[in-house]
Design a binder for this molecule. Structure first.
Ligand code: AHG
Length: 338
């Protein structure tokens, strides 16, 4: 095989296992199972109306949000694929109230898998990119039937994290703690192929991603920060900023991974008692790990996301992530205001 042969996900994982002791065979196979499930989800997303998968499921999830048929289907695909692999002690999904036990009929492993099976639900029916986000933790020693408390580990304890984007091409973005790497699904071969190794997010940016329609609900430092961005060249930042908002975190984060930017879902007073919209365990932590491994930064506006001590499985946090100098600027802006 020549040095320039395409590197499949399988080969990449085996080479990573040889290079880094912490990546054992179970973790490698777990990632392969998740990737296989994501291929199935990609096929379902791609069929769209032809597969009868668009529209509402007529159910609600633990967050009280209406579920789409594809939310439910993607959740089932991930649960089913991971049940019998023997690598998991348990899994938890954004779509389910409680952790999902591994059926007694199958052997159990040492890892915990958390996932948002289909991120960007509002974009499913309008043919815009959606994705899957996942995070892998170690199950505490001696625990064979993990409950919610065993999943409540800070993001720094993640051993792997990734997301897929079901867009014009299907991409898998993965970190095992040694850089962030991008794989593209070769639809003819049915396998993920390494297409970008060690992605680096540019440290500075002129692009921000935020849902501006919530502006009136933000706290004062957010108002002040965005005012500076909108002031452009003649304002205190001395440069013009552009805005992009897909409303699928996977797509917005992938743009930032590719060309820099800052993604923000801040605290707002719209949903009293809910500090932001995004979930710490299913969205913020895995994305923070991926972004940090690509040279970026991720904070709650005040603290590093991966150091937040989780208190609930479906906990929400404000999210500021992307180009590290811009994240540092807005974080400092908040701290100076406190
Ligand atoms: P969900 O997990 O329900 O699909 O949530 C999508 C998230 C995230 O992907 C996106 O960044 C954000 O919600 C969009 O929020 P707005 O509806 O406020 O634009």
């Amino acid at each position: 095989m020549s040095e320039t042969s395409p590197i499949s996900l399988t080969r990449f994982l085996i080479e990573e296992q040889r290079a880094h002791q912490h990546l054992n065979a179970d973790l490698r196979l777990l990632i392969e199972v998740v990737a296989r499930a994501c291929k199935s989800i990609s096929i379902a997303v791609g069929k769209g109306d032809l597969g009868g998968v668009l529209g509402d499921a007529g159910t609600g999830n633990v967050q009280g949000e209406a579920q789409k048929k594809l939310d439910v289907l993607s959740n089932e695909i991930l649960l089913e694929a991971n049940a019998w692999g023997g690598h998991l002690a348990g899994c938890a999904s954004e779509e389910m109230d409680d952790p999902h036990p591994i059926p007694d009929a199958y052997p159990k492993g040492n890892f915990l898998l958390l996932f948002d099976p289909l991120d960007g639900s509002s974009n499913i029916d309008v043919n815009i990119s959606v994705g899957t986000i996942f995070s892998v933790l170690k199950c505490p020693d001696g625990v064979t039937n993990p409950s919610a408390e065993h999943f409540l580990q800070p993001g720094t304890m993640q051993v792997a994290a990734g997301y897929t984007v079901y867009g014009p091409s299907t991409l898998l973005v993965l970190t095992l703690g040694h850089g962030t790497h991008v794989f593209t699904l070769d639809r003819e071969l049915g396998s993920f192929t390494l297409t970008r190794r060690n992605v680096q997010i540019p440290p500075d940016t002129r692009e921000f991603a935020i849902n501006m329609s919530n502006q009136r609900h933000w706290e004062a430092p957010m108002q002040g920060y965005v005012e500076e961005l909108l002031a452009g060249k003649t304002g205190p930042r001395g440069k013009d900023f552009n805005m992009r908002w897909v409303a699928s975190m996977v797509a917005d984060v992938h743009r930032i991974l590719t060309r820099g930017g800052i993604f923000i879902y801040p605290w707002d007073k719209k949903d009293a008692g809910k500090p932001g919209k995004l979930r710490l365990m299913y969205e913020a932590n895995p994305m923070a790990f991926i972004v940090e491994q690509a040279g970026g930064a991720a904070t709650t506006g005040r603290d590093r996301i991966m150091e937040v001590g989780p208190t609930a499985l479906h906990q929400r946090v404000p999210v500021f992530l992307g180009s590290r100098n811009e994240v540092a600027y807005v974080t400092e802006f908040h701290r100076n205001h406190d």
